[in-house]
Design a protein around this ligand. Structure first.
Ligand SMILES: C[S@@+](CC[C@H](N)C(=O)[O-])C[C@H]1O[C@@H](n2cnc3c(N)ncnc32)[C@H](O)[C@@H]1O
Length: 416
């Protein structure tokens, strides 16, 4: 264990045990703390609860990225000392994780358990096909097999050839997740997957290549999870300009592509990407066959007499009429000004203005005619819709309709 983490852990252990003076004395050995901060922490150790103290210590250490592991220890202590771990009591994935502590090595951020359980609970007992990117010592593969139950097919891939020995019953393919041909081969041989969990190398290129290759190949209703997306904020993982978090931001645009004049409404991301759920360090993407968005109106017959379509078209024509009237007025004003004693030089202009006046009057007449036609068409459509509505209401009141209601309901809900 790194010496800073060791000293910080010892301080936290004393605080947790109520041995505050011992903790304060030990803090003298944590050289990463400035003297004034150490004194403040000593006051905190005496006055605050152990969980609060652990939080204060984390805040003091987190200024320096080199203290990342020590900060993790503080947050860990704060979580367990505050009793928040009880929130995870009913989480079967967390229970399996704790139960496996003596087995295969496994390292997870604790808030992932809630995210995973929320996203994946529906697949338990359904024999899903699961791909885990990043095998390491096989702890994840074992956890997923237990969580999804017998019948689940859990496959692993890893770039490290040593991983083949850690499948413990799961097939392990060796290859690079940044190589899309390798991923396509894995999908051909073992897919289509219902679930992909990316816990591999966590660089931008690896995360983006893998999701772009594997997400479109997921089974319908599939779920794609990318772990440790905080690497988007760590320089050493940024092997291309675009970060994974940038990529996710673009997917929010893709979700709205149908409404964006510049959006690509036919891309897979606009047609098969359903909800995206973004948490601290972990993103969940779901695959669904989206239909093109449209709005619908329902309710009473009121909507028949005021369709939005009609309102929009009439408003458009009204605007055109107002524009033409303004043009006419402008032409008439100019003509009036010039008609008194038109100098020879302006004679052509007067003729042009008169022609424009004739055109504008003709346009206005045509427009009025179109508005009238539209009104007639609309009122006839409303009449027909109202007739249909009355007919349906009448039919619903007949005895035979009421008797056959359960049959129709059954047919509706039992559609293949
Ligand atoms: C965090 S560990 C995986 C832990 C495992 N998922 C678990 O829960 O026990 C990351 C693994 O990703 C592998 N890895 C790194 N870069 C990779 C790449 N480009 N393609 C595939 N695997 C990679 C590493 O060899 C390592 O075993």
């Amino acid at each position: 264990m790194n010496p800073t983490v060791e000293r910080v852990s010892a301080v936290l252990a004393h605080v947790a045990a109520g041995e505050r003076e011992e903790a304060i004395a030990l803090m003298g050995e944590v050289q990463e703390l400035r003297e004034d901060v150490r004194q403040q922490l000593a006051r905190d150790a005496r006055l605050r609860s152990p969980a609060d103290f652990a939080g204060q210590m984390a805040a003091a250490l987190r200024q320096d990225p080199a203290n990342r592991d020590a900060v993790n220890e503080c947050h860990r202590a704060a979580f367990y000392l505050s009793g928040r771990s009880r929130e995870l009591a009913g989480n079967p994935l967390y229970a399996l994780f704790l139960a496996g502590r003596d087995g295969l090595l496994l390292d997870k951020w604790v808030h992932y358990f809630e995210v995973y359980h929320r996203a994946l609970e529906k697949y338990r007992g359904t024999s899903p096909r699961v791909l885990e990117i990043g095998v390491y010592r096989g702890g994840g593969l074992a956890l997923w097999r237990s969580y999804f139950g017998p019948g689940a097919v859990v496959v692993g891939i890893d770039v490290d050839p040593a991983a083949v020995d850690h499948g413990h019953g799961s097939p392990v393919m060796i290859g690079d997740q940044a190589n899309s041909s390798f991923l396509e081969g894995v999908d051909r041989d073992h897919g289509p997957f219902d679930i992909v969990i990316d816990d591999g190398g966590h660089t931008m290129n690896q995360q983006i290549t893998a999701v772009e290759t594997l997400f479109p190949r997921l089974a319908q209703g599939g779920t794609y999870i990318v772990e440790d997306t905080h690497t988007s904020y760590w320089e050493e993982y940024r092997d291309r300009d675009e970060t994974f978090v940038d990529w996710i931001r673009q997917r929010i645009d893709s979700l709205h592509a149908h409404h964006d004049p510049d959006g690509d409404a036919d891309s897979p991301w606009a047609t098969i990407l359903g909800p995206i759920t973004i948490f601290d360090s972990i993103s969940v993407l779901t695959k669904e066959d989206r239909f093109r968005p449209f709005s619908e109106v329902a309710g009473t017959t009121d909507f028949l007499s005021q369709t939005r379509l009609r309102t929009a078209r009439v408003a458009d024509l009204e605007q055109q009429r107002a524009d033409l009237a303004a043009r006419l007025e402008e032409v008439e004003t100019n003509l009036g000004r010039m008609q008194g004693t038109p100098p020879a030089a302006e004679a052509d202009e007067v003729r042009a203005l008169r022609a424009s006046l004739r055109d504008s009057r003709r346009d206005l007449r045509e427009l009025a005619g179109r508005v009238q036609e539209l009104e007639i068409e609309l009122s006839s459509t409303q009449g027909r819709l109202l007739d249909a509505w009355q007919h349906i209401r009448g039919m619903r009141n007949t005895v035979s309709w009421r008797i056959t209601t359960p049959l129709r309901a059954g047919r509706l809900f039992n559609r293949p």
